[in-house]
Design a protein around this ligand. Structure first.
Ligand code: NAD
Ligand code: MG
Length: 393
């Protein structure tokens, strides 16, 4: 029996994780669930899963949940605040942690789980984009098992042998596939008029709002390039991106001998989640099998840099001072949030990211500790907010 802590359980990946766990009641039990502010959604999950702990972002929400749980006769202990996330993620009775918080807010609990040597199922790509080498060092020092949940990275992981020591000698490069999002064919001149609802309407995946906007700008793929650099110890030049609108091939490894290995499947996050939970075994995920007779043609296109100018920022920041990827992530989180609130236009997301990268100086050693990284993250957010305010309509 594996005791699982689900960070961000009320989100899209969190809910999919509980769906897979529910299919294997003898193998997994839910030890802790966490949400930012949705006490009502967390209450429903606590009633169903009866975890030992539930965590909410602030004490007012936690009090509300505590009262409701007492009324229902449920003994789940309710904690609040960022520190509590680290406590449940590193709790001695936890075997596996699903990191499904969105944004840099997930970095500290991921680091806690890594240092405590947990099986760490990583959906929260921003945590690795911000943490970089420091994150990977914590994984190594704690003896944690890092299992990628992002579908592209799970695909790459599934195409590689179990021993990471052999990856370097066999990989020539990897190819991350991208759907191209909802605006792949839209006239770039009209992108300034895009609404949050249009940006969140992804053709192939149902996801949280932040990652949906990132998919529309292709900043999601930029974050994934940075994520892949760390997960698979690659140089930025070894990572390619190709548009594959059907989202059937989830990514590919090109070997030194030119052989290409790919992982295919229905676009359903329960597949990489099930793989992460059961690794190195396989369990049912609830997903539909591919029907090759009904499959549309699998096609590939190059990324148009005019339409998706943010993508190249991945390679640019990876080649800049360590910590630059944290600046890019902070700017993008602020810009997306401003776009979703109607404060800036869609095309201004990239403008905020560029301006913040230009205006933020990355001190020597900024990427050397969690404190300095979080200080850099805060400074970049301050600068990004300033830009947003200047441009807000
Ligand atoms: P979501 O918005 O649906 O859910 C986010 C979860 O994090 C919620 O439970 C929310 O309460 C919690 N949360 C938000 N802000 C928080 C904070 N400041 N502190 C603590 N908790 C907080 O997001 P999602 O789509 O499930 O994505 C989660 C992560 O997984 C993201 O990093 C995303 O990039 C990654 N991911 C998602 C998908 C997908 O299909 N949704 C696919 C690949 C990767
Ligand atoms: Mg992905």
């Amino acid at each position: 029996m594996q005791h699982v802590c689900v960070l961000g359980s009320t989100g899209s990946v969190g809910a999919n994780t509980l769906d897979v766990i529910g299919r294997h009641p003898g193998q997994y039990s839910v030890f802790a669930l966490t949400a930012h502010s949705r006490a009502d959604a967390l209450l429903e999950q606590c009633l169903q899963w009866r975890p030992r702990y539930a965590v909410l972002g602030d004490e007012a929400c936690a009090r509300q949940l505590r009262t409701r749980l007492r009324e229902e006769g449920v003994s789940t202990e309710v904690l609040s605040g960022a520190r509590a996330l680290e406590e449940v993620a590193s709790h001695p009775e936890v075997d596996a942690v699903m990191a499904a918080i969105v944004g840099a807010a997930g970095l500290a609990p991921c680091m806690a789980a890594a240092r405590a040597g947990k099986r760490l199922l990583l959906a929260n790509k921003e945590a690795l984009v911000v943490g970089g080498a420091l994150f990977m060092e914590a994984v190594a020092a704690g003896g944690a098992r890092l299992l990628p949940i992002d579908s592209e990275h799970s695909a790459i992981f599934q195409c590689l042998p179990e021993d990471p020591a052999s990856w370097g000698e066999r990989i020539d490069r990897i190819v991350l596939t991208a759907s191209g999002g909802p605006f792949r064919e839209r006239d770039p001149a009209t992108l300034r008029d895009v609404t949050p609802a249009q940006a969140c309407a992804h053709p192939n995946w149902v996801m949280g709002r932040k990652i949906s906007v990132d998919s529309a700008t292709m900043m999601n793929k930029a974050l994934e390039v940075i994520e892949a650099r760390w997960l698979f110890a690659l140089s930025p030049e070894q990572i390619e991106v190709v548009i594959h609108p059907q989202s059937i091939i989830h990514s590919m490894v090109v070997c030194k001998d030119t052989s290409v290995l790919a992982q295919l499947g229905t676009p359903d996050m329960r597949v990489p989640i099930a793989y992460g939970l059961a690794y190195p075994h396989r369990i049912t995920s609830g997903s539909q099998s591919l029907d090759f007779m009904k499959l549309a043609a699998l096609t590939f296109e190059a990324v148009d840099p005019q339409r998706f100018p943010g993508l190249q920022l991945a390679w640019q920041t990876l080649r800049s001072a360590p910590g630059s990827t944290a600046v890019l992530n902070a700017a993008n989180e602020e810009a997306v949030s401003a776009f979703l609130d109607g404060r800036i236009r869609f095309d201004q997301i990239h403008a905020v990211n560029l301006a913040t990268l230009e205006a933020t100086s990355v001190p020597d050693g900024a990427a050397g500790s969690l404190d300095t990284l979080l200080a850099l993250d805060a400074e970049a957010r301050r600068i990004a907010r300033e830009r947003v305010q200047r441009w807000a309509a």
